[in-house]
Design a protein around this ligand. Sequence first.
Ligand SMILES: *[C@@H]1O[C@H](CO)[C@@H](O)[C@H](O)[C@H]1NC(C)=O
Ligand SMILES: *[C@@H]1O[C@H](CO)[C@@H](O)[C@H](O)[C@H]1NC(C)=O
Length: 363
Amino acid sequence: MSEFSMKTLMFLALLGISLQGAAAVKHSLKYFYTASSGVPNFPEFVSVGLVDDVQMFHYDSNTRRAEPKQDWMSRVTADDPQYWERETEVSVRAQRTFKTNIETGKQRFNQTGGVHIVQLMYGCEWDDDTGEVNGYDQYGYDGEDFIAFDLKTGTYIAPVPQAVITKHKWDNDRAQIAQTKNYLTQECIDWLKKYVDYGRSSLLRTDLPSVSLLQKTPSSPVSCHATGFYPDSALMFWRKDGEEIHEDVDHGEILPNHDGSFQMSVDLNLSSVTPEDWRRYDCVFQLSGVKNNIVIKLDKAVIRTNWEKSSDMTVPITAAAVVLVLIFITAVGLMAYKKKKAKCPPSPPDDGSELSEKLNPET
Ligand SMILES: *[C@@H]1O[C@H](CO)[C@@H](O)[C@H](O)[C@H]1NC(C)=O
Ligand SMILES: *[C@@H]1O[C@H](CO)[C@@H](O)[C@H](O)[C@H]1NC(C)=O
């Protein structure tokens, strides 16, 4: 949802409809709790916090300490010396509550043993431009949605019959509902603004990528590859005679690099293009909030390959290819990790008490 809006904004920006030169206008603060039972070598409780999808908070049941994951998060103690102690206490309480939540989940599903996971994802979004805010608070159990708060109606949605008891219990606790609403639309937003301010120089930066043309074999599509950009709101496409083309074009996903930057590539199948027409094509990279595009003309001379051994470029080219392969492997690894994480998102049950627990975290 947030990603969609982000892309829409970016699209509008690229059309010149909006865009005041600012980078990301939509900010988010998200917390993920994962409680598990029966998973060897994995902490039974982990809590992570992200600002604009950058992890800045970590707690787990092995370390039993809430800790910053970004240098700029250390600034929070200048204004609030007790911050990390308080977060640690809140997390320890949440750990206890979530242990109970697992038991509740097992009862609801008539399970006795085995591996079980309760997840919670909650947080808020704030549009810097319009002031619009949104919040979410959703649980999962064993990788399936269990219960979610609907901020508009102020009620819980139970997609599975096992969560109906929880829904009734929580819907009837009007005081808790009011507190949840207040947290999601006020307190959470206040914290988000504070965090964005602390991390401004890092979160609001724009880094342009290096863009190159790559080709595996003489008959392969030409890949326009950009790596090292930030943030991930970017567009890349091929043009013919200055017009964006869609035919014979294959868009890859935006993938994270391990240094926090991103990469992407867009392939162009040239099998039906005559060599003299190649010069009519170019590849364009656009980063949201950055006026100047990066444009590379399709030219055999600038394509990096690893089959032509025509000159003393062989060694550097091979080295570059190795680096690219490594980046690719890293990206694939990260993607698999991301997918895995995304597959078993928030899914915990109830117990009433965890509501207050989860609402305290960053307050
Ligand atoms: C669990 O067991 C109870 C009692 O035997 C039964 O009524 C209920 O339908 C079962 N629930 C599930 C999810 O299997
Ligand atoms: C490129 O296009 C040709 C002809 O349109 C097709 O036969 C070929 O499979 C395509 N190659 C790739 C890698 O998609």
